[in-house]
Write a protein that binds this ligand. Structure first.
Ligand code: UDX
Length: 442
């Protein structure tokens, strides 16, 4: 079996590589010549645990290829997956220009039955637009070649994308065609040996499922962040509350960890896009508007604590920042809370020395040398007025507090991810600030 995957971003590259792992021949396509050249030469554009190993293995076996020619890639292919970007428009709706340009290209070159699958997160109605775009090109050619469209949203998380793809909780496929169902079932069967389901549904519901899933998760996060803020005011501890509510199986204990707001390439963009879709249909998604507003406010919560601790005088103060990426195990800085905190600190006249195990190059690419980059977490702490923890990388969980205390000018920690124990911090004579925790010691 042969497939083509168009777009070598997170979704495309991970999907293509993981499909190849099952023995399928995969051609990954991108218009970015440099990226394809790099991929041919063993250079992967993203950091994702486990990706390099299976990429190397499948390239060596000749099952994973890279090309800039969509035409070549779809030759004999049973399916073509569209996994190109859908960046937000100025008004927040998803921009479909890349998706539709790929669809037109497919229409120009398709010469046998294929399933055309939208894998990018695309608004309701996109598969129908893809179908029209392909049909338009076929008409221009005067050709009558059968094809089906299908929607197959991707639920992978950055940092565990390979694992998520290889062992999915479920596969959602929207299609109205039996033929397409057969092709998709064959492709996905090897990933469902754990008994998890493949859910076939109509295209619109499938497109909606992706946005509803991400919006639900973003809602959980904004909800717990609000509860955390209220806990602080009334003297409760959100960590206890989180456990208390999370042990109710109807609520569940996942995605209710408070912090400095959600970031990344999906939640902010998808919440916004769903709000837009509703607006366009004259419906106001009030919950998601609140989710967005709460997240915006949450990104300032840690800075406000810092500012208050130093009585509004941050001029000339030096801060150590542990973690820059929007979450651990990725170098992705998109919508990262660290960027908001850095901006506010610099604006207030402070300086920042940061350390992140993998995201420093990416951060440098975005904000340059506005901050200093340290060689490790302890190096960042030297002579700092306080330590700010933004990303909960595993290596930050058990630092040597004695060594850290000697390096820091003041033993003050602002923990944006609640990874330390307030009582232990008190015992070790640290002034500890966290999100929604009861104990703040001096
Ligand atoms: C998310 C979805 O989980 C995934 O299914 C979808 O395909 C893409 O979007 P991702 O953006 O990679 O994946 O990261 P995720 O692990 O979901 O975290 C998103 C953000 O939420 C991070 O900023 C994280 O720190 C934050 N978060 C997550 C919390 O603040 N609290 C939590 O309890 C969980």
């Amino acid at each position: 079996m042969k497939i083509s995957v168009v777009g070598t971003g997170y979704v495309g590259l991970v999907s293509g590589t993981c499909f190849a792992e099952t023995g399928v021949n995969v051609a990954c396509v991108d218009i970015d010549e440099k990226k394809i050249e790099n991929l041919k030469n063993g250079i992967i554009p993203i950091y994702e645990p486990g990706l390099e190993d299976i990429y190397k293995k499948n390239v060596t076996k000749g099952r994973l290829q890279f090309t800039t020619s969509l035409k070549d890639s779809i030759e004999d292919a049973a399916a073509v997956f569209i996994a190109v970007g859908t960046p937000p428009d100025e008004d927040g709706s998803a921009d479909l220009k890349y998706v539709l340009s790929v669809a037109r290209e497919i229409g120009k070159y398709i010469d046998h039955y294929m399933v055309v699958v939208t894998k990018s997160t695309v608004p309701v109605g996109t598969a129908a637009k893809v179908k029209d775009a392909i049909q338009g090109e076929l008409q221009k050619r005067g050709a009558d070649i059968p094809f089906d469209v299908a929607s197959n949203p991707e639920f992978l998380k950055e940092g565990s994308a390979v694992e998520d793809f290889l062992k999915p909780d479920r596969i959602v496929i929207g299609t109205e065609s039996q033929n397409a169902q057969k092709v998709m079932s064959r492709l996905y069967k090897p990933f469902l040996l754990n008994g998890h389901p493949i859910l076939f549904m109509d295209i619109t519901s499938s497109e909606m499922t992706k946005y509803a899933a991400n919006s639900m998760l973003a809602t959980k996060i904004s909800f717990i962040n609000e509860i955390a803020n209220l806990c602080e005011i009334v003297g409760a501890d959100v960590d206890a509350v989180r456990k208390g509510i999370g042990s109710d199986s109807r609520i569940g204990n996942k995605f209710i960890y408070p912090g400095t707001g959600y970031g990344g390439s999906c939640f902010p963009k998808d919440v916004q896009a769903l709000i837009r879709t509703a607006d366009e249909n004259n419906y106001s998604l009030n919950i998601l508007k609140a989710v967005e507003a709460v997240n915006y406010r949450q990104k300032s919560v840690l800075f406000n604590k810092i500012n208050k601790h130093f009585n509004g005088d941050l001029k000339g103060k030096k801060f150590a920042m542990w973690g820059l990426a929007f979450k651990p195990k990725t170098d992705d800085m998109r919508e990262a809370p660290s960027l908001v905190i850095i901006d506010k600190l610099l604006e207030a006249g402070a300086t920042v020395v940061a350390y992140d195990p993998v995201a420093m190059n990416e951060c440098k690419r975005i904000i340059g040398d506005k901050i200093t980059y340290a060689k490790d977490e302890y190096d960042a702490a030297i002579d700092a007025d306080a330590l700010i923890l933004v990303t909960e990388w595993p290596e930050f969980r058990l630092p040597n507090f004695r060594v850290l205390g000697k390096l820091l000018k003041n033993n003050v920690i602002f923990d944006g991810r609640n990874i330390y124990d307030p009582e232990e911090m008190a015992e070790k004579s640290y002034t500890y600030y966290a999100i929604g925790r009861k104990i703040q010691t001096t």
